[in-house]
Ligand binder design. Structure first.
Ligand code: NAP
Ligand code: ZN
Ligand code: ZN
Length: 347
């Protein structure tokens, strides 16, 4: 067992605080990672506040993990000590079901093991990346390509893959009009990635405050959803809408922005249900869909794509004692565009 310094939530209402956790011994298939940076995803906040159901406390959140391999198990051939690596939202899956065989471990029919808050094979609850070390099966570890700094790579492990996967699945590319709703951690990566795929990108943000940023990130157009004219002006415009909003929104208003045969894919995961009026779907053969992160193979593909296109996240690196403040700023949509914890500050 290795003792790691960490930051944990002990209840839905208390601030996160320093602690120590035990990591398992490195097994034959495992990799020990010395964590350098970990991004703060809005999902961490939903989870630790038990917005998605009761969390397992104490919990160390964090699933945008990057670091350096410190030790490998005897059967690991794909990673070596000193490698720059990453771990995203999953640390295991059944490996046998139809989804796993397709490399879509996120849709494992038995349920994948999430990086934190899941029951692991040894019966212990998994603990995430706000921590100095983690032990993970080598099959769930990806390589950070040369050319991407570790701090800007961290958010790619969740925000990057969660937006890359639906953009690829629904064919974002030349001639496609893509709208991104919400310019936060996921949204800003969606803009960068869709732009790099040569789609025509529109940002739909609550106000005009982020306009300059959006254009700099690669958006071709920008509209404020607080302005009711936006919905009239853009009716029937988009082939694909990627909704990254962490709260409920008026889906009917956004569905009417789709062109005929267009798809709105929800990656945002608000706690409360949202209702849909079917008429905007019927009148235009439109689709409403969802998408969860991406498989390990596709995560590596996304990282290689980012390296090729010189893409990383826009980050604000913070010490561990600023995590609680960062949570409040994320909740106030005041993040530009991902907080990343400098794990060396965990001591
Ligand atoms: P984030 O950084 O907080 O970004 C969310 C953005 O949504 C905000 O910046 C804001 O953008 C907009 N927004 C927030 N509240 C709003 C409201 N009440 N009405 C309208 N717009 C609002 O969060 P994130 O880390 O990108 O995560 C976004 C969501 O995706 C979360 O629910 C998270 O749990 C989920 N998620 C899902 C997956 C998946 O696999 N599907 C993976 C990761 C995260 P503007 O200021 O531009 O309006
Ligand atoms: Zn996430
Ligand atoms: Zn499976």
């Amino acid at each position: 067992m290795l003792t790691a310094n960490a930051f944990a939530a002990t209840s839905a209402t208390e601030a996160l605080s320093p602690t120590t956790i035990e990591r398992r011994d490195v097994g034959p298939h495992d990799v020990l990672i010395e964590i350098k940076y970990c991004g703060i995803c809005h999902s961490d906040i939903h989870y630790v506040r038990s917005e998605w159901g009761d969390a397992h406390y104490p919990v160390v959140p964090g699933h945008e993990i990057v670091g350096i391999v410190a030790e490998v198990g005897s059967d690991v051939t794909t990673h070596a000590v000193g490698d720059r690596v990453g771990v995203g939202c999953m640390v295991d899956s059944c490996g046998k079901c139809a989804s796993c065989r397709k490399g879509e471990e996120q849709y494992c029919l038995e349920g994948s093991t999430l990086t934190y808050g899941s029951i692991d094979k040894d019966g212990r609850v998994t603990q995430g990346g706000y921590s100095t070390h983690v032990v993970v099966s080598g099959d769930f570890v990806v390589k950070i390509p040369e050319g991407i700094e570790l701090d800007v790579a961290a958010p790619l492990l969740c925000a990057g893959i969660t937006t890359y996967s639906p953009l690829r699945h629904w064919g974002a590319g030349p001639g496609k009009k893509v709208a991104v709703v919400g310019l936060g951690g996921l949204g800003h990566m969606a803009v960068k990635l869709a732009h790099a795929m040569d789609a025509e990108v529109t940002v739909l943000s609550q106000s005009l405050k982020k306009r300059e940023d959006a254009l700099r990130l690669g958006a071709d157009h920008y509209s404020a959803t607080g302005d009711p004219d936006t919905f009239e002006k853009l009716a029937g415009s988009f082939d694909l809408i990627v909704n990254t909003v962490s709260a409920t929104i008026d889906l009917d208003a956004y569905l009417s922005l789709l062109a005929v045969d267009g798809t709105m894919v929800n990656v945002g995961a608000p706690a409360e249900p949202m209702s849909i009026n079917v008429f905007p779907l019927l009148l235009g053969r439109r689709s409403f869909a969802g998408s969860a992160i991406g498989g390990i193979r596709e995560t590596q593909e996304m990282l290689d794509f980012c390296a090729e296109h010189h893409l990383g996240a826009e980050v604000e690196v913070i010490p561990a004692d600023k995590i609680n403040e960062a949570y409040e700023r994320v909740l106030a949509s005041d993040v530009r565009y991902r907080f990343v914890i400098d794990v060396s500050t965990l001591g």
